[in-house]
Ligand binder design. Structure first.
Ligand SMILES: [Zn+2]
Length: 69
């Protein structure tokens, strides 16, 4: 499972890795914009806490949340 975190309300949601990879596979776009889902609670984007994409790009939520936000 991949843990997704909402950047708005910080809600956590676990998505099966197979589902995440299916999305990643369809998204042939910019690796700087990682796949994400929309939070059902507040409408903000949910990003993976940690995820290594099928194209080798590693992503961590800390990069998105930054310091002091
Ligand atoms: Zn939210």
């Amino acid at each position: 499972m991949v843990n997704f975190v909402c950047i708005g309300c910080r809600k956590n949601e676990r998505i099966p890795l197979s589902v995440v990879r299916d999305f990643d596979d369809m998204d042939a776009g910019d690796p700087e914009v990682p796949l994400h889902f929309i939070c059902g609670a507040c409408g903000n984007e949910m990003y993976p806490e940690y995820y290594k994409g099928i194209h080798g790009f590693e992503y961590r939520i800390e990069d998105r949340l930054g310091v002091g936000t």
